[in-house]
Design a protein around this ligand. Structure first.
Ligand code: F6R
Length: 603
C-alpha cells in the first residue's frame, strides 16, 4: 500500500535508482507516482497520475542527481490525481509517505490557523507541513522528528529531504514497513528489499518509533534521539527471482513456482522424517484452543488449516477476519494459541490483532512469508513460508505455502498426541515427496483450463460450491476470480445454496463445483444436481478416485488423488489457472488489478 524508495550517493544517478525502484514497488500501489530529486542546488519534483511508465516518460532520467525520494501511491485521502500524489513539499521539507495520519484533521486545522495553505486533500501534506513547522521552531532535524512522533497518531513510513542539507536523507517509521539498504558510499531507503535488490542485498529494518539519518557513507539510527545499533541482514533471493523470467505475468510465474515452493517450505520440517517436524515445531499440546487470524486469501488458507487441525489434531480452531477480531469481545487467554497468517507480514489489521492477542496473554505464532516483517518480528514464534518474493497482487504461491505449513501443524499435533498411526504417517511422508510432481501435472494442463475459460469468461456471475475444505477452496477460487477478472462471483457451502442463493441460478449460469472429499461427495453431488436441473453450466473439479461419467456436469477437471492433508494444495491449482485464463481473455491487468494493492498497511 504505497511504495517508497530513496537514494543518496554518487555511484548511480538518483533518478535511475528511483524509477527502477518504483517499477519494482508498483505492485504496492499504482494510482499515481512521483519523485523529488536534487539537481545542482535545487530540489525538483515530478509527479504523474497513473502508472510509473507515465512518470518515466515525463522525465529525463539522465539528469544528474545524488539525492532523491520516490513514491507510488494507493490513494487513501483524496482522489488519485497529480496534486494529491507524492512527494509533497511544504517550506523546506519534502516527503514521501506510506500509511495514514489519523489525527490529520486536527493537525490541519491547527496549521491552517498558523497560516499554512494546503494544496492537496492528503494527510501526507499535513504531515509535511507539521514537519516544516517543527523544523522552523527547532532548526534541528533530529529534534523535529522526535517532536513529530509525539504529535502524530497513525501509521507512517517517511522519506524526508530538508532544503538546508542536501547531503542527508531522513527516514522515519511507525507501523508501515521501511528498510535502509547499504551500498558502497551510497545508501537507500525502500518499502521492501526487492525495490533495491539490483543494487544491494544488505539492509536493516527500522522498527516502530525509530528514525535514521542517512548520508552517502553513513547511516545512523535513533530511538528517542539516542543512537542505536542495528544488525545488517542479507536478503536471500536474487534480483532474477523478482523478474518475470519469460512468463507473461508475475501471477503465472508464481503459480508455476508452486512445486518448488512446496519443496522449500516442507523440506526443513520433514528432511529427517517426522522427527524433525516434531523437533522444529512448537509444542501445540499445551493449548486448549487455537484462533487463526488473517485477511483475504491468508484467511482462506486459515479455513483450510482449521479443518485439518480439528480433524487431525483434535483441537477446536476458530478462524477470524483480522479486521473483525480487533474490535470484538474476545474469549481468549493463555490457553489459546493465536496464529497470524500473512504473506507480507505487514497487514495492518493482522498486526493489530497480534498486539491484542499478546495483551490478552496468548502465545502468538506467525505464519509469514517476508523475513523480518512487522508481524514476524512481533510474534512469539515464527514459521516462515518459503515462497520467495510474491509480486503479483493476487496471491497464489504464498497462499499455498500457508496451507502447507498449516497442514504440517495439523500433522505435528496428530503425531505428538499420538492420534495418527505409523502407517498413515508413512503414507503422508511419501505423498509429500510425490506432491511436487502432482502439482506439476496440473500445471501442465494449463491449456485445458483455457478451453474451459473460453466458455465462461464473458459471464457476469460465476458461483463456486463445495463442502468443508472444498468450500474453503471455493472462497479462494471465487476471490481470485473476482479480483483479477472483475466478474461477480460467490462461494457457497454446497448445502446452503438452496436456502436462498439458488434463486440466482439461471440458464447457463456457470457453477464451479468442487468434490474431493469422499465421505461427503454424494451430498455435494446432490447439490450439484439441484443447480444443474435449474439450468446451471457445471464445471466439476474432482479427484481421480471420485471421477465418474455422469450428466450432472458440463466440464470436468480431474485432479490426482493424494492424502487428505495435502489435497487442497492440488485442488487450488486449476482454480488459480482458470481465474488467470479468464482474466487474460477479458484483457484485465492481471498483475495489478484495479483498486488493489499488495500490502494492505491501512485499516
Ligand atoms: C488476495 C490477496 C489478499 C491477501 C490479504 C492479506 O489475492 O492477496 O486477500 O491475502 O490482503 O495479505 P497478507 O497475506 O500480506 O497479510
Amino acid at each position: 500500500m504505497c511504495g517508497i524508495v530513496g537514494y543518496i550517493g554518487k555511484k548511480y544517478n538518483a533518478l535511475n535508482v528511483l524509477i527502477s525502484g518504483l517499477e519494482r514497488l508498483e505492485y504496492r500501489g499504482y494510482d499515481s507516482a512521483g519523485i523529488a530529486y536534487v539537481e545542482g542546488k535545487t530540489l525538483k519534483i515530478e509527479k504523474e497520475k497513473g502508472k510509473i511508465s507515465n512518470l518515466k516518460s515525463a522525465i529525463d532520467v539522465n539528469i544528474p542527481s545524488n539525492l532523491g525520494i520516490g513514491h507510488t501511491r494507493w490513494a487513501t485521502h483524496g482522489i488519485a490525481s497529480k496534486i494529491n500524489s507524492h512527494p509533497h513539499k511544504v517550506g523546506k521539507i519534502t516527503i514521501v509517505h506510506n500509511g495514514i495520519i489519523e489525527n490529520y484533521e486536527d493537525l490541519k486545522n491547527e496549521l491552517i490557523n498558523n497560516g499554512v495553505k494546503f494544496k492537496s486533500e492528503t494527510d501526507t501534506e499535513v504531515a509535511c507541513a507539521l514537519l516544516n513547522k517543527l523544523y522552523e521552531d527547532t532548526n534541528d532535524m533530529n529534534e523535529t522528528l522526535c517532536l513529530f512522533q509525539k504529535r502524530v497518531k497513525g501509521t507512517y513510513a517517511l522519506g524526508i529531504i530538508c532544503d538546508d542539507d542536501y547531503n542527508t536523507l531522513y527516514a522515519l517509521k511507525n507501523k508501515s514497513p521501511l528498510i535502509i539498504a547499504f551500498g558502497e558510499n551510497e545508501n537507500y531507503i525502500a518499502s521492501d528489499v526487492p525495490a533495491i535488490l539490483e543494487f544491494t542485498n544488505k539492509y536493516i529494518t527500522l522498527n516502530d518509533g525509530e528514525f535514521a539519518k542517512i548520508t552517502e557513507n553513513k547511516v545512523t539510527c535513533y530511538k528517542d534521539n539516542e543512537v542505536i545499533n542495528k544488525k545488517i541482514n542479507e536478503f536471500e533471493g536474487s534480483a532474477e527471482s523478482i523478474e518475470k523470467n519469460g512468463y507473461e505475468h508475475f501471477m503465472l510465474k508464481e503459480i508455476f513456482e508452486q512445486p518448488e515452493v512446496f519443496k522449500k517450505t516442507v523440506f526443513k520440517y520433514t528432511e529427517n522424517g517426522i522427527k524433525s517436524l516434531i523437533k522444529i515445531m512448537p509444542d501445540f499440546k499445551k493449548y486448549k484452543s487455537i484462533k487463526i487470524v488473517a485477511c483475504g486469501s491468508a484467511m482462506h488458507a486459515g479455513i483450510v488449516g482449521k479443518s485439518l487441525i480439528e480433524e487431525y489434531g483434535n483441537i477446536p480452531v476458530d478462524v477470524e477476519i483480522a479486521s473483525e477480531f480487533r474490535y470484538k469481545k474476545l474469549f481468549i487467554d493463555k490457553d489459546t494459541l493465536v496464529i497470524l497468517v500473512s504473506q507480507s507480514g505487514e497487514t495492518a489489521d493482522t498486526l493489530a490483532a497480534l498486539e491484542i492477542a499478546k495483551e490478552k496473554g496468548c502465545d502468538t505464532l506467525g505464519i509469514i512469508n517476508v523475513l523480518e516483517s512487522s508481524i514476524a518480528r512481533s510474534s512469539d514464534i515464527v514459521l516462515y513460508t518459503k515462497a520467495g518474493s510474491e509480486i503479483a497482487v493476487a496471491t497464489t504461491k504464498a497462499y499455498s505455502a500457508q496451507i502447507t505449513l498449516l497442514s504440517l501443524i495439523a500433522l505435528n499435533i496428530a503425531c505428538s498426541k499420538k492420534l495418527i498411526s505409523e502407517d498413515e504417517i508413512k503414507e503422508i511422508l511419501s505423498e509429500i515427496k510425490n506432491l511436487p510432481i502432482k502439482i506439476q501435472s496440473l500445471l501442465d494442463k494449463k491449456d485445458d483450463y483455457k478451453e474451459i475459460a473460453k466458455k465462461i469468461y464473458n459471464k457476469n456471475n460465476i458461483f463456486f460450491i463445495g463442502r468443508d475444505i472444498d468450500y474453503a477452496l471455493c472462497m479462494e477460487g471465487s476471490l481470485k476470480l473476482k479480483e483479477i477478472s472483475y466478474i461477480n462471483s460467490q462461494a457457497y457451502a454446497a448445502g446452503e445454496l438452496k436456502h436462498g442463493t439458488i434463486s440466482l441460478i439461471e440458464e447457463n449460469t456457470p457453477v464451479i463445483a468442487i468434490v474431493t472429499n469422499e465421505s461427503i461427495s454424494e451430498k455435494t453431488i446432490s447439490n450439484i444436481k439441484e443447480v444443474k436441473s435449474r439450468g446451471a453450466d457445471v464445471v466439476l473439479v474432482t479427484t481421480e478416485s471420485l471421477n465418474k461419467e455422469s450428466d450432472f456436469y458440463n466440464e470436468k477437471i480431474v485432479i490426482p488423488n493424494t492424502h487428505k492433508l495435502l489435497q487442497a494444495l492440488l485442488t487450488v491449482i486449476p482454480l488459480q489457472l482458470l481465474s488467470y485464463e479468464i482474466a487474460k481473455l477479458r484483457n484485465c491487468n492481471i498483475d495489478k488489478p484495479k483498486n488493489l494493492a499488495k500490502s494492505v498497511t491501512v485499516e
